[in-house]
Design a protein around this ligand. Structure first.
Ligand code: UDP
Ligand code: MN
Length: 341
């Protein structure tokens, strides 16, 4: 009887032990499985979080880019591209050529022109092809412009060692501007004035309003030219009676290129009016005005009867990067040639 009970107890004990072992085993297995599931879910959530974070960063960058664009628009907002049709357009022909100072000159001139309404800038490069430098420069130009190019032939091209006055400058480039004007504008509809603005002069914004309503040819003084403080037409009331110049006063029109503007219509009425490389030094202005059939009586004095200086014949000193070679020798390389100046 006792044996039987002991055996029974042992049996029950074994069964309970086996059951407990199985239960523990099962618990452990189940427990590990849940951890894996949880870890997997955590991974998924982490990935989603990473994705959302990435999206957020991208959106932040987009907002930043947009703000930058908006800022740029605000800077240039006053200078809109559209023309005011009731105001004559000023066609500004500017010859320009590749040299160290070029971008500085163009930037300075451009910032002046940004203040002038109804202006169309015809920028003509003295070059066989349009240079990257000027193309880059014009990519951000917020005024109307036309980009042209024509190279000055070698035999009349000024060398960098030549004095400025030795050969004519900007002749074919001004003519290219005139060709564009004659081919692209409508003589019956387009109203305007043509001004030959070299890239290195300094122009007051007021000058452009003085020339805007030119009937034939308007004239004014130019400072720092012809070896005088300024050269000027001499005026009596509203007509030009003579010239306050020292250099070649007997020229038909002893006036600098920066000293006059021409009504657009005249270039249609006189299709043979061109600048020329075959004229005496100082005769470019006289040549074109003669070909336009202009007489002294046609000249319209501006700038308070030619008493105010609104344009300066400034010239930029040639920059000499004399230390580039020395720097190269000393440190193995000069300044970065990929940086456009
Ligand atoms: N110019 C040009 N090619 C040259 C030299 C000058 O196109 O080889 C341009 C120059 O950029 C300027 C105009 O012609 O717009 C008159 O030249 P510059 O200012 O040297 O003449 P100056 O000051 O003696 O009148
Ligand atoms: Mn000049």
């Amino acid at each position: 009887m006792v044996m039987f009970t002991l055996r029974k107890l042992l049996y029950v004990y074994c069964c309970v032990s086996v059951f407990i072992i199985l239960w523990l085993l099962n618990y452990h297995v189940t427990d590990k499985g849940e951890d894996d599931v949880l870890e997997e879910r955590l991974d998924v959530l982490q990935k989603r979080l990473d994705d959302k974070h990435k999206l957020l960063e991208e959106s932040k960058q987009k907002v930043k880019d947009y703000e930058e664009k908006l800022h740029k628009c605000r800077i240039f907002k006053p200078f809109q591209k559209s023309f005011n049709t009731s105001l004559p357009i000023i066609y500004l022909i500017t010859p320009t050529y590749d040299r160290i100072e070029q971008k500085a000159e163009l930037t300075r001139l451009y910032y002046t022109l940004l203040h002038v309404p109804n202006i169309h800038w015809i920028l003509v490069e003295d070059s066989d092809r349009k240079t990257e430098k000027v193309q880059h420069f014009l990519a951000n130009c917020k005024i109307h412009y036309t980009h042209l190019n024509v190279a000055t032939p070698q035999q009349v091209k000024l060398k960098s060692s030549d004095p400025n006055w030795l050969k004519p400058r900007g002749v074919l480039q001004r003519n290219a501007g005139l060709t564009w004007i004659r081919a692209s504008l409508d003589p019956h509809k387009d109203k305007g004035v043509v001004y030959f603005a070299d890239d290195d002069n300094t122009y007051s914004v007021e000058l452009f309003e003085e020339m805007r309503l030119t009937k034939k040819v308007s004239v004014w003084p130019v400072a720092m030219v012809g070896g005088l403080r300024f050269e000027s037409p001499i005026c009596d009331k509203n007509s030009v009676t003579g010239w306050g110049v020292y250099y070649r006063p007997t020229r038909p029109f002893p006036i600098d290129m920066a000293g006059f503007a021409v009504n657009l219509q005249l270039f249609f009425d006189h299709p043979n009016a061109w600048f020329s490389n075959n004229v005496q030094r100082g005769y470019q202005e006289s040549t074109i005005l003669k070909l336009l059939d202009i007489t002294m009586a046609d000249l319209e004095p501006r700038a308070d009867k030619c008493t105010k200086i609104l344009v300066w014949h400034t010239r930029t000193e040639k920059y000499n990067p004399k230390n580039e070679a020395k720097l190269k020798q000393k440190s193995g390389k000069g300044t970065d040639p990929n940086v456009e100046i």
